[in-house]
Design a protein around this ligand. Structure first.
Ligand code: 5GP
Ligand code: 5GP
Ligand code: 5GP
Length: 216
């Protein structure tokens, strides 16, 4: 059977640092279900091609259905919180990620397996632990991009790609970490291709103080 639109070569597993989402120029809002932890959280699990391009919105007949992930919801609220404004319970973010990306990997992962795989990958990559073990802490200090990448490589076992954004003062900072995953969604792999984008050679690791309330 030909199903070319369902094929892909690997996943990017993308995690975001909430401190960098929240101190950039857009507003951030904490979810209605509770303040996020000061930890990396999931942005998405994105099917990709080896040439750097990617499929999107592959199956309009497969809507996000919360009842299929009811056993995962509390873990999704904790590990995959939405920081967009206005505050939401996450459904809108998860719907977007499923519609745009998840529907393109249905050849290997159904909806429950897709969300379950992403949650397991977050545990497997333990980014914050890898960084803090190397003395790299979310304390608004600057660290070398190479040191950050080395620490994650030590902890997760594979070289990450780091995406930066800029804070309100224009400083380049750690925003998202990309790791590559095989098509089954279970194993981290060496990236077949890295995304593009610039960081400085020294980047800030912004703090995320969850006691201060969301900003909008
Ligand atoms: P941005 O333009 O902000 O980097 O990305 C916007 C959106 O495009 C992301 O949230 C994601 O949905 C998608 N995207 C960006 N880069 C990639 C990529 O390299 N691979 C895949 N699969 N999606 C991407
Ligand atoms: P992408 O298309 O880049 O995979 O996903 C980004 C979309 O998800 C945007 O429409 C963005 O507004 C929405 N979104 C909701 N919550 C979040 C969040 O916590 N982080 C990011 N990066 N995007 C979010
Ligand atoms: P190299 O491959 O020599 O380490 O890096 C080549 C260029 O890519 C350098 O300008 C370096 O700053 C940039 N670079 C390397 N790794 C990353 C990364 O993970 N994220 C970003 N944004 N740039 C990177």
């Amino acid at each position: 059977v030909l199903s070319a639109s369902q094929d892909f070569d690997f996943f990017y597993f993308v995690q975001q640092w909430p401190g960098a989402y929240c101190d950039a120029k857009q507003a951030c809002c904490f979810p209605t279900t509770g303040k996020p932890a000061a930890d990396f959280s999931i942005h998405g699990l994105w099917p990709n091609y080896n040439d750097g391009s990617y499929p999107s919105n592959c199956d309009p007949n497969s809507p996000f259905d919360e009842s299929k992930v009811s056993d995962l919801l509390s873990s999704m609220q904790k590990n995959w919180p939405t920081l967009a404004c206005p505050s939401g319970d996450g459904t809108k973010f998860w719907t977007h990620e499923w519609d745009k990306h998840g529907t393109c990997s249905e050849s290997t992962l159904d909806q429950h397996s897709y969300f379950e795989a992403a949650l397991a990958l977050k545990t497997k990559s333990s980014l914050l632990q890898a960084l803090t073990s190397a003395g790299i802490k979310p304390n608004d200090e600057s660290y070398s991009l190479g040191d950050i990448k080395d620490a994650i490589k030590q902890g997760a076992g594979f070289e990450p790609f780091i995406e930066c954004n800029v804070d309100s003062s224009g400083n380049s900072q750690l925003y998202q970490v990309y790791l590559c995953v095989d098509t089954s969604g279970s194993d981290l792999i060496d990236c077949p291709t890295f995304p593009r984008g610039r960081c400085g050679s020294q980047i800030q690791f912004p703090s995320f103080d969850t006691s201060s309330g969301s900003r909008s």
